[in-house]
Design a protein around this ligand. Structure first.
Ligand code: ATP
Length: 435
């Protein structure tokens, strides 16, 4: 971060998308007209100072945030949703641009880890309730002081020095999820966690602060970590601070695990390049990989606790149980008919297959798995249920069986045309009739 004036108006206009700049200008005129004080806060200010552009705007308004949100939405022809309990609102503008609007507030924690009681407060108090100094910066949006940086906690210096630092010693006690946020920002920016803050993390972990936090809140923070480009390093940092025990008391993250999750990151990039990135759930994939070392039973319990869907959990446990068999058959030397590769993996979603693949030591097994993902799983038949109907076979579960058998034959090159497929389907149907 270059040492600059205490005004970052020029960074706003040069780094932000012009549509966002226009939205901020609208905020300025609204706040001025009504005599309210409005600020840009949080991640956007941090990212601007780091020279990055950002799409997530948080606007903080003294006292009148909710009224501001309503009028802001009207001026920008958008819609808004109010979360009254937290004095916050989400304004959605045409084209999908979103701005969070909050009223300055401070938080009181009835007990460690519980959701805070929220009370209105001044800007200063609002900045002091935040997680780290680098996130406790504000920029004035009113015209007379537009762009003025408000830095009560030394956030700018910590940004320059690359340091994650809490604002006060009770921070992790108030909200233990910040233990995970610290690791996320540390990994994302390549920062270090300040020694005092590190001590506080260790002591919060040792007194098992996390037992007070619901799995839902913990999951939300974990999901954010898994959306970062390098979750593997964050997992290693979580292990170093002994944070994994809050997921499961026996969970470890060995160097071998680190290696396979790093490979998973690469494979995931490869997959996204092949298929345009749609449909992969980072959460399912990386959470599955993280809890993989637990035995099948504990894996299932932990998955349930963090609300993995039944379907994903079933696949995960199945893959875990069959890992050795799958790895053995997929790495076998000599020819392996495509139909065998298909049968080995067909019941698993790509996320689970990628976890398995990242764990296969044999390059033959990896190549075959890639072949499944790229080609085999997308192979289609030329015939369909309609054709089976015409043969007089009554619709039912046999349709699926017959079509699957024809598909396996097609994968192995035994049938090559619609006529072949139909002939094989007929033979199979006759056979089931005779059986
Ligand atoms: P990202 O770039 O990942 O979106 P962000 O800093 O914008 O990072 P958010 O989770 O969107 O993160 O939060 C917005 C702001 O709200 C943060 O910058 C921080 O000031 C504050 N905040 C969020 N979560 C907490 C928390 N658990 N405790 C205290 N302050 C928080």
């Amino acid at each position: 971060v270059p040492e600059g004036p205490h005004n970052i108006a020029s960074m706003i206009s040069s780094q932000l998308d012009p549509r966002l700049v226009r939205l901020l200008k609208t905020a300025t005129s609204l706040a001025d007209r009504r005599g309210w004080k409005a600020y840009l806060v949080g991640g956007a200010v941090r990212d601007l100072l780091l020279g990055k552009s950002t799409f997530d705007l948080d606007i903080l308004v003294e006292e009148h945030g909710l009224k501001f949100a309503r009028e802001y939405a009207r001026l920008g022809k958008g819609t808004f949703k109010i979360y009254r309990r937290f004095y916050t609102a989400l304004v959605i503008f045409p084209g999908g641009l979103k701005v969070d609007v909050t009223t300055t507030r401070s938080e009181e924690y009835p007990r460690p880890g519980a959701l805070p009681e929220v009370v209105p407060a001044s800007l200063e108090e609002d900045l002091l309730r935040r997680d780290f100094t680098i996130n406790a910066l504000a920029v004035s949006l009113n015209r007379s002081s537009f762009g003025r940086l408000i830095d009560r906690c030394g956030g700018r210096r910590d940004l320059e020095e690359g340091i994650i630092r809490v604002l006060h010693p009770r921070s992790f006690r108030d909200d233990p999820t910040r233990i995970f946020r610290a690791v996320r920002f540390q990994q994302r920016f390549g920062f270090s966690i300040e020694a005092g803050t590190e001590e506080l993390i260790r002591s919060a972990v040792s007194i098992k602060m996390f037992e007070a936090v619901s799995p839902e809140r913990l999951r939300r923070e974990l999901e954010l970590i898994m959306k970062e480009p390098h979750p593997a390093r964050a997992f290693a940092a979580m292990a170093r601070y002994d944070e994994l025990r809050f997921i499961h008391p026996d969970l470890v993250f060995s160097p071998a695990q680190l290696q396979s999750v790093e490979r998973l990151e690469k494979d995931c990039r490869w997959f996204k390049k092949q298929f345009g990135g749609n449909g992969l759930s980072a959460w399912r994939m990386y959470f599955g990989a993280l809890i993989w070392p637990l035995g099948a039973e504990e894996l299932e319990k932990t998955g349930k606790k963090f609300n993995l869907s039944q379907k994903v959990l079933k696949q995960l446990v199945r893959a875990k149980r069959d890992e050795k068999i799958l790895s053995g058959s997929l790495s076998s030397p000599g020819d392996l008919p495509p139909s065998r590769i298909f049968s080995a993996l067909e019941k698993l979603d790509p996320e689970i297959i990628l976890i398995l693949m990242s764990r296969f030591a044999s390059s033959r097994a990896r190549t075959r798995t890639k072949d499944y993902l790229v080609k085999l799983r997308r192979e289609k038949l030329e015939i369909s249920g309609q054709d089976l109907k015409k043969t007089g076979l009554l619709p039912g579960p046999r349709y699926r069986k017959v079509l699957r058998r024809v598909l396996l034959a097609r994968l192995d090159g035994e049938v090559r045309s619609r006529r072949d497929e139909l002939a094989l389907a007929r033979r199979l149907i006759d056979k089931t009739r005779n059986d």
